[in-house]
Design a protein around this ligand. Structure first.
Ligand SMILES: Cc1cc2nc3c(=O)[nH]c(=O)nc-3n(C[C@H](O)[C@H](O)[C@H](O)COP(=O)(O)OP(=O)(O)OC[C@H]3O[C@@H](n4cnc5c(N)ncnc54)[C@H](O)[C@@H]3O)c2cc1C
Length: 324
């Protein structure tokens, strides 16, 4: 029996849904193969998240708590994960593919002499390693890839798996951690939040995305109203971020964010391959476009052909009625 370890990421005082998706999948793999599934949480307030993690089936939760983890810094995080890996000795260490993961995965792999499969959309265990599917070339191709070794690190795109609750009374292991400031070669001076208090697109259950069809303030107001009634995050095509209408942090696509919400509503977006690369993994795609031949309809589950300025007001009204 080997151990599958899952990293539980915390952002804005909450467990990231994407890491619980990974834990749910790891639990399923562990049950199928007779392995154990364990989790690690590293945060300035780590112990407060144990209960939330126990709901998803880990048999052991490593807790590394220290004020230094208030904000992401790669050196302390790396040190904490190395320490936990030395105790847990996992054959697979799975992460949600977050910015923080991207920052440390290579260093952790080098430190542990481990194989690494970054940014996959699914993975399975195989004899002596892991096999995975990984979207490449702006998600035009899905590559089958595999890594063999005593330890394989894998990071998984958000939305790849469903949450599956599986309550356990996991053993909690508090890991001693200490790091002197003098050990830090880089310090964090300031965090500038680009998107203010808008919903994090990587974690959003629903996204309303605006494209060039949204031509003016009236259109942007309709987008906000639709997002508000659905409690959705707002995204945009590059046409609108380049025009300065939406913040660049809201751009979805090859050179923007890669998202996979349960519901993606593309409003006035043509469906260029570079945009599709960032949202094709969404569970249900709805497109509103006045051009019936717009490529976005090829990947949509539901399509509304029409002028967004005429389609959205009654659409929003109906949603409000359902909500009330
Ligand atoms: C290297 C590279 C990287 C790129 N990265 C990205 C990226 O990350 N993200 C991204 O989005 N793009 C990216 N692009 C740009 C991409 O190629 C497209 O130009 C862009 O996605 C087009 O945005 P759009 O669909 O909003 O605009 P358009 O292609 O202009 O489409 C507008 C759509 O709105 C419809 N429309 C117009 N008026 C209305 C109306 N009143 N009601 C309903 N529908 C209406 C039109 O029928 C049309 O289909 C990249 C390009 C390159 C070269």
């Amino acid at each position: 029996m080997s151990t599958i370890l899952t990293h539980i990421a915390i952002a804005d005082g909450k467990i990231k849904r994407s890491s619980l998706e990974v834990l749910s999948h790891c639990k399923q793999l562990a049950d199928q193969g007779g392995h154990s599934v364990e989790a690690v949480v590293v945060d300035s307030n780590a112990s407060s998240f144990v209960e939330g993690i126990q709901k998803y089936g880990a048999s052991k939760v490593y807790v590394v708590e220290d004020p230094i983890f208030k904000n992401h810094m790669n050196t302390p995080l790396l040190k904490a994960l190395v320490k936990v890996m030395e105790s847990a000795n996992p054959s697979v260490f799975a992460f949600a593919s977050t910015e923080s993961t991207k920052d440390i995965l290579g260093a952790l792999a080098a430190n542990q002499n481990a194989a690494v499969l970054p940014d996959v959309s699914s993975f399975e265990l195989m004899d002596g390693g892991v096999k995975a599917k990984r979207p490449v070339m702006a998600a035009k191709i899905i590559s089958n890839t595999q890594a063999k070794g005593d330890t394989v690190l894998v990071s998984v795109r958000s939305g790849s798996y469903d949450l599956a609750e599986n309550e356990t009374s996991a053993e909690v292991v508090n890991v001693d951690f200490c790091m002197e400031d003098s050990e830090l070669q880089a310090i964090l001076k300031e965090i500038i939040s680009a998107s203010g208090d808008t919903i994090d697109l990587n974690e959003a259950e629903s996204i309303v995305a605006a494209g060039r069809g949204v031509k003016d303030e009236e259109g942007q107001k309709l987008i906000s109203e639709l997002a508000q009634v659905l409690n959705a995050g707002i995204g945009a095509s590059r046409a609108l971020t380049e025009a300065g209408i939406y913040d660049p942090s809201l751009q979805i696509g090859q050179t923007g964010k890669v998202v996979s919400p349960q519901l993606y509503i593309a409003v006035g977006i043509s469906g260029a391959i570079q945009h599709v690369a960032g949202m094709a993994n969404s569970k249900v795609i709805v497109a509103i476009n006045k051009d019936p031949d717009a490529p976005i309809f090829e990947i949509s589950d539901y399509g509304i052909v029409g002028d967004l300025y005429k389609v959205l007001p009654p659409f929003i009204e109906e949603l409000k009625k359902i909500k009330n």
